[in-house]
Design a protein around this ligand. Sequence first.
Ligand code: ADP
Ligand code: MG
Length: 687
Amino acid sequence: MRPDILNPLFAEISLFKGIGPALARPLERLGLARAVDVAFHIPVSWVDRHLTDELDMADAGRVIGTMLTPVDYRASGSPRAPFRVQAIDKRANVVSLVYFGKNSAWPRKLLPLNEPKFVSGKLEAYGDALQMVHPDYVLPPEEAATVPARESVYGLSEGLTNNRMRDIAGQALARAPELPEWIEPSLLARKDWPAWKDALARVHADPSDAKARERLAYDEIFAGQLALMLVRQSSRRRRGVPIEGDGRLRAMLKLPFAPTGAQRRAIGEIEGDMAQATPMLRLLQGDVGSGKTLVALMALLNAVEAGMQGAMLAPTEILARQHYETLRKMASGLPIEIAILTGREKGKVREATLMGLADGSIHILVGTHAIFQEAVQYKALGLAVIDEQHRFGVAQRMMLASKAERSPHLLVMTATPIPRTLTLTYYGEMDVSRLDEMPPGRQPIQTVVMAASRLDEVVDALARHVESGGQAYWVCPLVEESETSDQAAAEMRAETLRQRFGDRVGLVHGKMKGADKDAAMEAFAANRTQILVATTVIEVGVDVPNSSLIIIEGAERFGLAQLHQLRGRVGRGDKPSVCLLLRGNALGETSRARLALMRETNDGFRIAEEDLKLRGAGEVLGTRQSGEAELKVATPEHVAALVDAARDDAHLLIERDGGLDSARGQAARICLYLFEKDAAVGLLRGG
Ligand code: ADP
Ligand code: MG
């Protein structure tokens, strides 16, 4: 239960003064629902108001504040043209105060002729004249001093002005309670950080206040580290089953290749963990194509050899099916039963699978999160493998871990090469194995960036590629964040390509029915279609070695890590591959740099580091969709600078006070609730 002291912060802002229905939409778009959301909606920049007593062309472009006297109104004939109030300073320099909108009654009332006012806003040059569009402040002279010299600028949304936002933030801050200190006293002193409430007030008043900002960032990182450690602590407290397979199944595998050194190392680490009575919590990091599936299979067989079951969880149906096929192929000839369970298995098939799991006749289950459902009971689940983990969150990891009476060993695999700071931030509770060596004989991928205006050439190249027996992916751009529009774009592209290529074109997108999706994937995998138009559903894991060309439309709209993932769809066969990035025509500096980096390197770790700098953690991890793991306050720079200290701090606290019962422990609980790590608090002994 959230402590009472935080209640005012978790109040809905619809209760605030002056929040009418007109503000509901813009606030919702910004994700601002409760006071706490507003409190952490920290201004993005600020303006310094230049106080002056004289208008000066040299100040055009600056926000000024000065004393002015209205001398004339210039209403215009056209209803679209603005209403202008001519005003003069003490030397009779003229500025035109400009008001758009039908109604001139309001500016007339605000600025009666011949009454001096303090006026502030952005001064602009308009030809040789000066103007100010919609001044921020028009006040009686005696109130001039109430206008702040430095003004915070908030992230806004249509329908929400900065002044309104500032007012709402003020109301949220007024509700912020004094909170007990959770930061280790010596660290607090060394960093010279203000107390929480103070820090919050300071960043809103002056976003350039780096110290206050840093403290709030630290709180967030600390809460994250503490939560992960509580997960780790609670899982260490659980008992698992030591598993040591005898190798008889693994000896029967007929692999067409020898494992790489990195694979061998990872397998060894996993075997070591699984032999322990505390459940394994291990992250297997490896770039696309580094061969994680083999490592997973070895771990699964290790469990089966010891008389236990294994489960493998994939983020999408397509991937689950593909893993299922791959595992069956690799393990063909082995006396084991592998089954699949997704949302699509229904009725008798599903019943039979559930039975087989319960009586132990199914040894390995592959599936989507359907394998979490209540009805799914295993006879003896010994190992759970989660593939492409960034789509899942800590909560789901915990849920899986709690399925069995004795916790299963957990292996999490991710193909996003995660920068070290992020590994700590999001997987801090886990041990890490890295596949830092690619299997030999991989074909290089050449990456080319082209303007979308050269689409005809691209289609010609595609035709040549297909004529010579190749296959290709065509990935359609993300249109805003709605799946429906992605789908529309993909359907349209498929339509135009079909005009030229007929039924050699397949289509797959997220909104298709499972069976249709599979059919499209199967047709492509079996080379019945040669061009697969797709949305990012093909991003993870899809494996069709004969496809050696990928065309990505609207490449600048994807994250680098995502592009890297997509590019990993090719280069899997015995032919050199090409990745064509189609870009829009008007590209900014950053977009160019990003695409250039894609052309320049195939090193997933380097790409991930850059992506982190350019886009922030949520997008590197692909968590924006799932709403997990996003940092509200801390920037990547903060994380890099502070995560080690936060980790040590959290570690020390847990070591001394694992139940968070001391005064500081109690304060730390508040910090966890503040950042909505309620689930982690729930893991406390008796807590
Ligand atoms: P990941 O899941 O890490 O992206 P996969 O497990 O799908 O990669 O492996 C990519 C490809 O490399 C597969 O076709 C797989 O059969 C192959 N492969 C895996 N390990 C090796 C190896 N040691 N030597 C050669 N090829 C390998
Ligand atoms: Mg994979």
